[in-house]
Design a protein around this ligand. Structure first.
Ligand code: BGC
Length: 514
């Protein structure tokens, strides 16, 4: 029997529900996870540029910096410093797999609480670090916090949001990431002149969002899906009523119960994830994250001050420029909040590819033409570079930034959702690690070519989005399989009926048996 197919007319039936105070409260508190992540992205670039920090933990780097002969592209190429930034992401990578288990077994809420505790320990260790070992140990704890939070928060938001505004609510996670980055940029700028412990203030302030998440998560509800999945059926229904603000939640409740029943038959989600029918959301989840990172965004987020100094700004102007790009990042994310559930995911992603491709090429072109090994860019050129970086960041901020998290959180069926999403989080962390570790060295060796390298990736991701990415706007999260994957021209071939699959598997095994 072919699987039941629900016609995809674009006329999406809605579950009943209002945007209640509960929904808003949950979103604000959960998005503190985004602040934790964002602050950390922004803070590392700033402190590694502070002399007090370098003198304390990386003395030889500071010394070399004083005597380094000028080479525009290689001034900051240093593996150890890059490791300080990147080490966090290795811990986050590992944590995301563990977090997938805690998410399913104990719920999204305790996983967020665990995240904030790891983060608070990490903040304490880095803020009061007396040597490099303590500093790195702290970074690893921060990484565990980031891994747990990035696993739990987007899932929490997707499951809690009413379908018609799920995109917008989910993007509040990204919004808080960008606000976290901006706050870190401003703090770095402000404390850079406080000697000798300004960097400790920067590192310590990271504890604020972690504390907010820790306390706030005591007050919020677990998601109905997670409760029902863990057999707390009546509590799940009660929470659903509360967060939807209506008495009649039968249809949504039934849909969740159905999804949970299917999920409960799967005792080994990772095993199920390797099955043929799990491939479409798995491939999309991983690829969205790889592409997100290979837009080159973190080359800018981690190293903007360094990049702006490379093109000839003084250190103050460079720090200020990174505050400006941080602001553009925050404001442009609002565009996504407004448009994602109206124009859909694909339109935003495709438009941004064009925008990001053009800006990367212009930046690369200017540097190739005018930035030699020594000497500065003419000031007009440097200004164009800053403007292009802003246009690039804007494009990213309303597309691949938020949607890199949103799409993987909404496309897995429940039975593989947490396991599948952990692949998304860990792919993000792995690629972030690679970019953090390699960008300054790549800039040194490829020079302006680095921007063409990212431009080439943007072409690839644009083609992928055009041909292989289905639209998920407005589809309830527990109905993705029938209404999205089984309707898509390419991915539907992964959902042949069971008999056909079994037959194919038997045919593949038979030759080995004979
Ligand atoms: C990405 C981060 C990036 C940030 C920039 C996030 O979605 O995962 O790596 O630094 O966006 O706003």
């Amino acid at each position: 029997m072919p699987a039941v197919v629900i016609a995809n007319t674009g006329d999406v039936p809605e579950f009943e529900g209002k945007i209640t105070f509960n929904v808003i409260l949950c979103v604000v508190i959960a998005a503190c996870g985004g602040l934790m992540f964002g602050y950390d992205i922004g803070v590392s670039g700033g402190v590694t540029a502070m002399d007090d920090f370098l003198k304390k933990f990386f003395y030889e780097v500071w010394e070399r910096k004083q005597h380094a002969h000028e080479n525009n592209y290689c001034k900051y190429d240093n593996q150890k410093l890059q490791l300080f930034t990147s080490s966090l992401y290795v811990a986050a990578l590992i944590a995301s797999f563990i977090a997938s288990k805690t998410c399913s077994k104990y719920g999204r809420k305790p996983t967020m609480q665990l995240a904030s505790i790891f983060f608070i320990i990490g903040v304490a260790l880095t803020t009061f670090a007396v040597n490099i070992e303590m500093l790195i140990f702290g970074r690893l704890h921060l990484g565990l916090g980031v891994g747990f939070a990035n696993q739990a928060v987007p899932l929490f938001l997707s499951e809690l949001a009413p379908a018609k505004i799920r995109g917008a609510l989910n993007i509040s996670f990204q919004l808080f990431i960008t606000i976290g980055i901006l706050i870190a940029n401003v703090v770095n700028y402000a404390v850079g002149k406080i000697h000798p412990y300004g960097f400790r203030i920067s590192l310590g302030i990271a504890g604020v969002p972690a504390l907010m998440l820790c306390l706030g998560s005591l007050a919020i509800h677990e998601t109905p899906t997670s409760l029902i999945e863990r057999k707390k059926v009546e509590e799940g229904r009660a929470v659903l009523k509360k967060i939807r603000g209506v008495d009649n939640v039968d249809r949504e409740y039934d849909s969740i119960v159905h999804a949970c029943e299917v999920a409960s038959q799967i005792t080994q989600p990772y095993h199920k994830l390797m099955k043929r029918e799990s491939r479409p959301p798995l491939v999309i989840a991983i690829v969205m994250q790889v592409f997100q990172q290979f837009t080159g965004i973190n080359a800018i987020m981690f190293y903007a001050p360094v990049l702006f100094q490379t093109v000839g700004f003084g250190s103050d102007a460079a720090l200020l420029s990174s505050v400006i790009t941080g602001l553009v990042n925050v404001l442009s994310t609002f565009v996504s909040v407004v448009l994602v559930d109206r124009v859909g995911r694909r339109a935003l992603l495709l438009e941004a590819c064009v925008q990001m491709f053009i800006t990367q090429c212009i930046i690369g072109g200017i540097l190739m033409k005018d930035l030699k090994i020594t000497g500065n860019l003419p000031s007009g050129d440097a200004l164009v570079v800053v403007i292009m970086v802003c246009v690039f960041v804007a494009g990213f901020a309303w597309s691949w930034g938020p949607l890199g998290w949103l799409i993987p959180s909404e496309t897995f069926p429940l039975e593989t959702r947490t396991a599948g999403f952990s692949f998304a989080v860990s792919s993000n962390m792995l690629c972030t690690f690679v970019i953090a570790q390699a960008f300054l060295s790549m800039l040194c060796h490829l020079r302006s070519g680095i921007f063409f390298f990212f431009a080439a990736w943007i072409v690839v991701m644009g083609l992928f989005a055009l041909f292989l990415l289905p639209e998920t706007k407005g589809v309830p999260v527990d109905e993705m399989v029938d209404r999205v994957w089984k309707q898509h021209w390419f991915w539907k071939r992964f959902f042949n009926d069971e008999q056909a699959v079994e037959k194919r598997e038997t045919e593949m095994i038979r030759p080995h048996l004979i």
